[in-house]
Design a protein around this ligand. Structure first.
Ligand code: SAJ
Length: 440
């Protein structure tokens, strides 16, 4: 199949699509293309997810507007089918790869899932098919990892026996469908013509800008945009630590700083979690490993943000000590286990680090999270006999929490706020020993 033939098939929606990895990215992507009229096969290793999706149900909890309805519609129309078998990709004209690309404890990318997907795909890849990597990858990965695996696995040359692109996703939990439709994307084609065909495909499901470029630029833009955010958050967290010791309120300082033109100070908080921000700066850094450049700001920002759950633990220890208690044997209620407000996603969540720290001090953690399975109990029952309450996630349900009632449940009215969920005056009027990250 030539790119011109593929253009035709995209134009009349007869192109058969494959999506590898039906997670937070792959599933909404598959559903959107199916909804746009394409026949889509999704390959997913988790059998349980496959079953749910084939029954038109979303395996993603949390508030994801439109996803459930979309899945139900496309499942009914039989335009989206999930499977665990790569053999179902044999007749696919375009394959999107949406597998995880984590970094390990040494901050080295772990491309196991990516390599496995590429090797399995290469065995069945149709002549002339277009492969698009949507996962976030370190600069240089398309050239050094993806391309060799596909050429060796298929025995064919890129731009002749198959076509290859990189179009990093820009989804955000809670806005999966909206972002896929409305947020611009960088389209990195192996050749300008490949980028054009990729853009034609994406225009079938999105209304935002498509910036056509090459592989390395697409890899850089994605990792830089998240490293940028991580550095911005780290700056806010460092200002929070300053305010705590000099007698300020970082939240107020931020509001006033941001009244200055061209300022956009981010929110301080209990830490930085998720599958993007903690990882992508390390993917960017990996791209220059061994080169004559030593990165200082990006690793320092990671260190500051990774230190915030420990700082929350410190604030809890100080408050318990102020009340004459001790951490060993203390019962601590942790409000929020997801990494982001109103999401069920717990990947790299700061709460996990806090709970680990509490355990190491001999304290007992009691976890509540309205979105995370296993932690959705009654917050007042969980608060019973607790020595402190720590707000780690700004889930909307906590904004209406009755602090007067909650105080009657706990043993010690200590409230440590990692996301400025509560109003300090209200908390103190309700009898709480209230402290907040970034406030003296
Ligand atoms: N966080 C702060 N302070 C902030 C913003 C976030 O502490 O000012 C924390 C959050 O609590 C969370 C972590 O950082 O633990 C990440 O939050 P996030 O809002 O960046 O959400 P993510 O991880 O879903 O990031 C995604 C990214 N999108 C993609 O990679 C496609 C990021 O580029 C977006 O900027 C971000 O969503 C967004 O704007 O919502």
């Amino acid at each position: 199949m030539t790119l011109d033939e593929l253009r035709q098939k995209i134009s009349n929606r007869s192109a058969r699509l494959g999506v590898i990895g039906l997670g937070y990215v792959g599933l909404p992507v598959a559903a959107l293309f199916a909804d746009a009229g394409f026949n889509v096969v999704g390959v997913e290793i988790q059998e349980a997810r496959v079953e749910k999706i084939n029954h038109g149900e979303s395996p993603i909890e949390g508030e994801e507007p439109n996803l459930a309805e979309l899945l139900e519609a496309v499942s009914g129309s039989k335009r989206l089918r999930a499977t665990t078998q790569y053999s179902n990709l044999r007749d696919r004209d375009v394959i999107l790869i949406d597998v995880e690309t984590p970094v390990d404890e040494t901050h080295t990318p772990r491309y196991t899932a990516l390599r496995s997907a590429l090797s399995s795909l290469a065995k069945v890849l149709k002549e002339g098919a277009l492969v698009i990597v949507e996962s976030t990858i370190a600069p240089g990965t398309m050239q050094k990892v993806v391309l060799p695996l596909l050429e060796q696995g298929t025995g064919r040359q890129v731009n002749q026996g198959f076509y290859l692109g990189n179009c990093p996703e820009r989804v955000m939990p809670g806005k999966l469908i909206r972002n896929l439709r409305m947020v611009s994307r960088v389209v990195g084609g192996g050749t300008p013509e490949t980028a054009e065909v990729m853009a034609q495909l994406y225009r079938c499901v999105m209304q935002a800008d498509l910036d056509l470029t090459d592989w390395i630029t697409a890899e850089l833009v994605k990792t830089v945009e998240n490293a940028y955010r991580d550095v911005q958050i780290a700056f806010a967290n460092e200002v929070a630590l300053i305010c705590e010791v000099v007698g300020g309120d970082a939240w107020k300082v931020r509001e006033l700083v941001n009244k200055t033109p061209y300022r956009n100070m981010h929110l301080p908080g209990a830490g930085v979690g998720g599958h993007c921000i903690p990882k992508d700066p390390w993917l960017l850094a990996y791209g220059v490993q061994g080169e004559q450049v030593s990165l200082r700001l990006i690793p320092a920002a990671r260190s500051i943000n990774d230190g915030m759950p420990g700082h929350m633990l410190e604030l809890v220890c100080r408050a318990v000590s102020r009340a004459g208690g001790e951490m060993r044997g203390a019962r601590i209620l942790v409000l929020g286990y997801a990494y982001l407000e109103n999401s069920d996603d717990t990947r790299n969540s700061p709460s996990q680090v806090l709970v680990q720290g509490l355990q190491e001090l001999g304290a007992q953690s009691v976890i509540h999270d309205p979105f995370v399975g296993g932690f959705q109990g009654d917050v007042f029952a969980l608060a019973k006999d607790c020595d402190a309450v720590v707000a780690m996630v700004r889930h909307h349900v906590y904004l209406q929490l009755d602090l007067v009632a909650l105080k009657t449940a706990v043993r010690r009215p200590i409230l440590v706020d990692g996301r400025r969920v509560f109003n300090a005056e209200e908390a103190r009027l309700a009898g709480w020993d209230y402290s907040c990250v970034g406030v003296a």
